[in-house]
Design a protein around this ligand. Structure first.
Ligand SMILES: [Zn+2]
Length: 249
């Protein structure tokens, strides 16, 4: 999210691979994860950082596996504004090219990120219940289940915090990314849907949706959830979409 382009490599990058998919973690990723965790109990910061790392990685690996299903290799980059999955250019005749994916293939790849996170949260939930724990939930907008607090029969505060954070971050990150705002996953899903319905004017319409949805979520986040983070993030994204409308149309 946020970044279209990969930040340049640094000597402090952490590099490894999962199931043959190369992963690079930019040093600023850790800084942002620590900043997000530092509002709570100091002792829980390492758990919080680990949970953010695993959750964003699961999301991006969902995209990467979906690319693989379309026959494309990709690499994952975790950076200061979340993560990015970049397909490898393919040799095509004499030069490099990005293989043209159909709209439905692109929608599948976009949904695979949030889908992987929701699946992971469901597995954690299943594990909690199987181990005799319980999870309190609330309903966002009346139909979206949001996990609140897990209660575990063992492990005390640390295990309870770990499970609660895992559920919460995976669900929240998936929902944030499904908002139909550029360049989030929901924004690219809507662009593909609009362009299929209206090849001439679809991109412009999807950008207007992005402006409106971004503004609504920014205001809702600020006034309903008192979240400055949501207000700033979605306000910025709505503004970016408005700027690209002004410059392109
Ligand atoms: Zn994504």
């Amino acid at each position: 999210m946020l970044l279209f382009q990969s930040p340049p490599p640094t000597r402090y990058d952490l590099r490894f691979s999962v199931a043959g998919i190369p992963v690079r973690v930019h040093p600023l990723f850790w800084l942002i994860a620590i900043l997000f965790g530092s509002s709570g109990d100091l002792l829980l910061i390492p758990i919080w950082v680990g949970v953010i790392f695993v959750s964003i990685l699961v999301h991006e690996l969902g995209h990467a596996l979906a690319f693989r299903r379309q026959g494309l290799s990709s690499q994952v980059v975790l950076h200061f504004a979340g993560g990015l999955t970049i397909p490898e250019p393919v040799y095509w005749g004499s030069g490099l090219t990005n293989v043209a994916l159909t709209a439905n293939q692109q929608i599948f790849i976009s949904l695979a990120g949030p889908g992987a996170g929701f699946l992971f949260a469901a597995l954690v939930l299943g594990g909690v219940l199987a181990l005799g724990g319980s999870v309190a939930t609330t309903w966002l907008l009346g139909f979206i289940p949001l996990p609140l607090n897990a209660v575990m029969p063992f492990g005390g505060k640390v295990v309870t915090a770990l499970v609660t954070m895992l559920l919460w971050v995976n669900v929240f990150w998936g929902l944030i990314n499904l908002v139909p705002v550029y360049p989030l996953d929901g924004g690219s899903v809507m662009r593909n849907i609009f362009v299929q319905a209206d090849p001439v004017d679809g991109v412009r319409k999807s950008l207007w949706l992005s402006v409106i949805a971004g503004a609504v979520v920014a205001l809702g986040g600020f006034f309903l959830f008192r979240s400055l983070f949501m207000a700033l993030l979605f306000g910025l994204l709505a503004f970016q979409s408005y700027q690209s409308l002004q410059s392109r149309f």
